[in-house]
Design a protein. Structure first.
Lengths: 869, 298
């Protein structure tokens, strides 16, 4: 349905929009929600007569019934659902708390059934045309010879991947997933701003928007017969299954993501979960015998289909871009050998080509004998319209034809130098540019909190190949206001202001059949328990998350004990304990020789560049957690976010007194306990949890023996040999024992058992050999043994693994040792037997760590590139 | 002329390599004047996957996957080729360069279309006004293309200094252009950038050049090296190969291995490894003339 308006819009779009926003709260007596006046251009809600369009009738009735307060309540409900579901997007490369909450408008955009049928036909036709162009370019190149496709539109395109020419593609298609960014012009005619053929993003957000709004506005959703978006995902799943070169009954399908730093990582994790596929990064896959495998704890598992969400040229460092660390070496060869299907096919990025936009009407006629139903926005390609572009530069937006980094440039906004540079580029490589005219786009209503306001509206629509045609998602991913990197940018003159996401409701001509992938009604769920499918990289990250969480806690406890003694007790005794504790600081690898206790303390608390310092550990803790984002609950993630922020805030308090860092350390230790509690009580006992706990246990065991070494095994420091009177030695030893119990959080237990009498053998028993103390070495080894015995193992392996043998050996040895024997002193009041024992235990623990790494985590290492002459 | 060629590359690693994927452009292709008579590839350790095929540009490419743990990888490609003498080329018989440019832009015949593949910027060779400006003095209006290209070939040879220390495999063309220094790969890519910036078609050719020992001395084993030059589309003469490093037309002593848009299309060995620690690489190339009498049947 289209309409024309004779009124012309005046002035700057934003102020006009603001004036038009109608304040409904001031009209409390009015029974209905006031509409804004006609905008002069096309508006989704307001028709030519100034009233709501027919498609909106039902929704509008419901909104009227709700009233302002209720709409706001539901808007808040939607926001809460989004927060709970963890819907975020982040800006590329921004690692520090980069996740932004997803701004979803409380109102959907409603589109009538008949109108959508036409739009959908246009979308699937465009997909067919672009697919045919790709099939030709990567095959016979008939259209290049016939003159339909200019070589300059294809050959210089960085995504024309020669290595993929002639490779087999599933179902004879190269474009399985297609998306386009649609806008209406002032007259309401839809047109395409850009085609997306690489690995179109946004479908996951569209799904999430739908799930949220269908709950927040559930009566309206029910009353309005809205076509389900799930039909699109069902078709996608079917297409991916059929793409498998073999095992079509149950192929292994993975979703390949560039990783957590990608702006759309949330969507990747969300889609992988929704579709039931394993989320993998390039490093999780390996090619052997021209076949792609997933590296899991249970060994290599063959992969049949890869749904890729990273650009094709980054997919194989061997045959495509060799500077890419994201890819899978040998992938192109595996595709060529017909052993794996990649969707979209490698090389499909060629169709994301603005130079093709003016050619599509002719291509559509030549290929299918049809007129192009859905036009592109007016586009001049430098390859054949260079003179026109140069002549009209001031009224045009120039952008790179082949995508890539170049930002769109508004001709009249260029200064003399930039203009000269652009003209020089246009003279040497005109084919690399297109020019488009800025225009006013149609608008859609946005909820302002008090009423409705018209905002520029763009729609990303999605199509998936299915059989001979494409299935178009009814609706899509709508945006109002600015859509960064998505649709046009400066191309749409009125596209500024606050961006919000929009759910798009397409009405159904008849009753709506319920379709969903979330719960297939009637079908019985297949029960599952922990699996050995865990990618090795994920296990590796869990392992290091455990280690860094423990290391942070140990360091914090140690610092707290030191800070406590520095301030409280400036006499010798405190000094003795302190020197023992400072020994631990050095033993755990924090080296800051020559500095005073105070400066060491300050640095370990604040200096992120000092290896082993608290902020250093926290940073690594966060990095490991970040890599596991799709596997950590929101609660866990919140704790991790708080840890770093709170501690950084608390620790910057500049203070002369070491004492002042204690509250920060206390809070940190409590938060870390919460994190450890999440691991304990809220994580299923799968291999992921085992690796998390393995890391923690190993780290704690290593820390505890270093604590024992510095406090019990070494002779008391800082005392000149000649000054060693028996009482001073005893005082020093007792102080060290006290400190050891304090750091190991076992002082209460000790006092309950032995009252005030501090004796080395009893302390050693509690911290070394007592299997009931969760802080003792023996306890850690018992847990380590349990973990390594329960990790996935190769079938029919009769003998224990190297890791099992080491854990069993060290654990047994530890239980057999006699604390009294270990506590025998030499003439310098050191304990050589204990030192010897600790040396051995430390070496065994290191070997155990290596054995676990070799057996389970060695797959996790990244490939490297070599270029020979 | 017939040649026996041997090209050995040995990688040594400080730590074991678990998996090694390699893509080789080491076996000479056939050309108008060159026939590959025999070839052999010896790889140690034995690869699990070894396949010989043609790439998009018609070059011989081998794909190797070594899946056994190893600390040393040795790849030796040996081949014999026969090269026929160059026909006398009349540079003035090539069409004016502007005419060739128009042909590349407009003609859809098989030959012009094939040339258009090599007329645009490629991964390692950009096009820009600077390169066109550098080439401009040689490209007077109406000048026969080959005549102008030979002029450019000579200018690069004169104005750029051969200096193996100035650049590495990854040095961008713009940097070579600024430094006016480099090796054969750099000169070839500079010349290609110049020609393409004028709208002409130029290919990057990798191969070998037979070297002759100084008078009275014996030729050293393994002393030869890979070489690179430029092929220019000069209708109606076809593709003509020019060697800016030696300021000459390519003759019987140039052995072609592969051609592509730039070095990245025809890298002799591209490899990706898992593991390996530090690595060292040693390359030895021998190009030996097979005496004519060896042809005689016994």
């Amino acid at each position: 349905m289209t309409q024309t308006q004779s009124q012309s819009q005046s002035g700057n779009g934003q102020t006009v929009d603001a004036e038009r926003a109608v304040d409904a709260s001031s009209a409390l007596s009015a029974p209905t929600l006031p509409l804004y006046p006609a905008t002069g251009g096309f508006d989704e809600l307001i028709g030519a007569d100034g009233g709501a369009r027919p498609a909106w009738t039902r929704l509008r009735d419901d909104l009227d019934r709700y009233g302002v307060a209720e709409i706001n309540r539901r808007s808040e409900h939607a926001r809460r659902l989004i927060r709970e579901n963890g819907v975020t997007y982040n800006v590329y490369g921004d690692t520090g708390g980069a996740d932004r909450p997803w701004p979803l408008d409380a109102l959907p955009v409603v589109i009538g059934a008949d109108e959508w049928t036409q739009v959908a036909a246009g979308i699937s036709q465009r997909a067919r045309v672009l697919d045919a162009l790709l099939v030709d370019c990567y095959g016979p190149q008939r259209l290049l010879r016939s003159g339909l496709l200019p070589p300059a539109a294809i050959f210089p395109h960085q995504h024309f991947l020669r290595a993929c020419h002639g490779t087999a593609v599933p179902g004879g298609r190269r474009l399985h997933l297609y998306a386009c960014d649609l806008v209406r012009d002032r007259d309401g005619r839809w047109q395409v701003l850009a085609d997306r053929a690489q690995s179109p993003g946004g479908a996951g957000y569209a799904l999430e928007n739908r799930i949220v709004l269908s709950r927040a506005l559930h009566e309206a959703y029910r009353d309005t017969h809205v076509q389900r978006v799930a039909s699109f995902f069902l078709a996608l799943r079917q297409t991916l299954t059929n793409a498998a070169p073999r095992r079509r009954d149950n192929p292994r399908i993975v979703l390949l993501t560039p990783g957590p730093y990608n702006e759309a990582y949330f969507e990747h994790t969300y889609l992988a979960r929704y579709l039931g596929y394993t989320l993998v990064e390039g490093g999780d896959l390996t090619v052997r015998d021209d076949t792609v495998y997933l590296k899991t704890l249970g060994g290599l598992q063959r992969v049949d289909v890869i749904l890729r969400r990273q650009d094709d040229d980054y997919c194989d460092p061997l045959e495509l871009r060799d500077d890419s660390a994201l890819g899978v070496a040998g992938l192109v060869q595996a595709v060529r050998a017909g052993n794996v299907a990649v969707v979209n096919s490698l090389g499909s990025g060629l169709a994301e080509n603005a130079a093709l936009m003016p050619l599509l009407p002719a291509a559509c006629r030549e290929l299918f004998g049809e007129e192009l139903l859905l036009p592109s926005t007016e586009t001049l390609w430098g390859g054949d319209r260079r003179e026109d572009i140069c002549a009209q530069l001031d009224s045009l937006v120039i952008r790179p034809a082949f995508g890539g980094r170049g930002e769109p440039q508004l001709g009249r906004a260029l200064d003399g130098r930039a203009r000269a540079a652009l003209l020089a580029q246009l003279s040497v490589r005109p084919h690399a540019f297109v020019a488009q005219r800025a225009f006013d786009t149609g608008t859609a209503p946005v909820w302002t909190g008090t009423g409705l306001s018209p905002q520029p509206f763009t729609l990303r629509a999605f199509a998936v190949a299915n059989g001979d045609d494409y299935v178009v998602m009814p609706g899509g991913y709508g945006r109002t206001g600015v859509a960064p990197g998505l649709a046009g940018g400066p191309l749409c003159r009125s596209a500024h202001g606050h961006g919000a996401a929009k759910d798009v409701w397409v009405l159904s001509a008849g009753p709506v059949a319920p379709v969903t992938l979330l719960r297939s009604a009637g079908a019985r769920v297949e029960f599952k328990r922990g699996s050995s499918d865990l990618p090795s990289r994920v296990a590796d990250n869990f392992f290091w998350l455990g280690r860094y969480a423990e290391r942070t806690e140990d360091t914090a406890r140690l610092l707290r004990a030191i800070a406590h003694r520095v301030d409280d007790d400036p006499d010798t005794q405190g000094g003795l304990e302190r020197s023992a504790l400072m020994g631990v600081v050095q033993a755990v690898g924090i080296n800051d020789p020559g500095a005073s206790v105070r400066t060491v303390l300050a640095r370990v608390v604040r200096d992120a560049e000092l290896g082993g310092s608290v902020p250093h550990c926290l940073r690594h803790l966060r990095q490991s957690a970040f890599a596991l984002r799709d596997r950590l609950s929101n609660d866990t993630w919140r704790i991790i976010n708080q840890l770093e922020q709170e501690f950084a805030a608390a620790a910057v308090v500049e203070s002369e007194r070491a004492h002042d860092v204690q509250p920060a350390l206390n809070r940190l230790i409590t938060s870390l306990a919460a994190l450890s509690g999440m691991g304990h009580e809220n994580t299923t006992r799968g291999p992921g949890w085992r690796f998390l706990d393995l890391g923690r246990r190993l780290e704690r065991a290593l820390f505890t023996i270093e604590l024992l070494r510095a406090t019990l095994a070494e002779p008391p420091a800082d005392l000149p040999a000649e000054a060693l009177s028996l009482s001073s030695v005893q005082a020093a030893q007792e102080a060290a024992l006290e400190a050891a119990l304090d750091v190991a959080d076992s002082a209460i237990t000790y006092r309950t058992r032995y009252l005030a009498s501090l004796q080395a053998p009893a302390v050693l028993d509690l911290l070394l050999t007592d299997t009931t103390n969760p802080r003792s070495c023996a306890y850690q080894l018992a847990m380590l043994l349990d973990h390594v015995q329960n990790l996935p193992r190769e079938e029919d392996r009769a003998l224990p693994s190297a890791a099992e043998r080491l854990a069993l050996g060290a654990g047994t040895w530890l239980r057999l040792v006699d604390p009294l024997e270990l506590c025998k002193e030499d003439e310098r009041h050191g304990r050589p037997a204990l030192t010897h024992f600790i040396d051995h235990l430390a070496s065994d623990l290191t070997l155990l760590s290596d054995a676990i790494t070799t057996q389970y985590l060695s797959h996790a290492h990244a490939a490297r590139n070599l270029t020979g002459a | 002329m017939r040649y026996a060629i041997s090209h050995t590359t040995v990688y040594s690693y400080t730590e074991p390599v678990g998996v090694s994927h390699n893509l080789l452009h080491l076996l000479p292709r056939d050309t108008d004047r060159q026939v590959l008579e025999s070839h052999h590839l010896l790889v140690e350790p034995e690869p699990a996957v070894s396949e010989l095929r043609r790439d998009y540009f018609g070059n011989q490419v081998s794909v190797l996957t070594i899946q056994d743990k190893h600390t040393r990888l040795s790849i030796t490609a040996t081949s014999t080729v026969a090269i026929s003498p160059v026909q006398h080329l009349d540079a003035s018989a090539s069409w004016p360069w502007e005419q060739v440019r128009e042909l590349i832009a407009r003609d859809r015949g098989a030959e012009a279309l094939a040339a258009a593949e090599f007329a645009f910027d490629s991964p390692l060779v950009p096009t820009a006004a600077d390169y066109a400006a550098y080439a401009a003095p040689a490209f007077a209006p109406g000048r026969p293309l080959l005549d102008a290209a030979l002029d450019l070939n000579q200018r690069i040879n004169l104005e750029f200094q051969y200096d193996p220390r100035a650049t590495s495999v990854g040095t961008p063309v713009a940097e070579v252009m600024a430094k006016r220094r480099g090796v054969c790969q750099d000169f070839a890519q500079v010349m290609i950038a110049c020609l393409r910036s004028l709208g002409l078609a130029a290919r990057y050719v990798s191969g070998y050049l037979e070297t002759l020992p100084p008078e009275g001395q014996k030729k050293l084993v393994g002393a030869d090296a890979s070489h690179a030059w430029v092929s220019v589309w000069c209708p109606p003469l076809g593709w003509v190969d020019l060697d800016p490093t030696n300021s000459c037309l390519v003759g019987e002593r140039h052995i072609t291995v592969a051609h592509g848009r730039d070095f990245s299309d025809v890298t002799p060995i591209r490899g990706v490894i898992l593991g390996g620690g530090h690595h060292a690489v040693a390359v030895a190339v021998d190009v030996n003339r097979i005496a004519d009498d060896a042809l005689e049947p016994i």
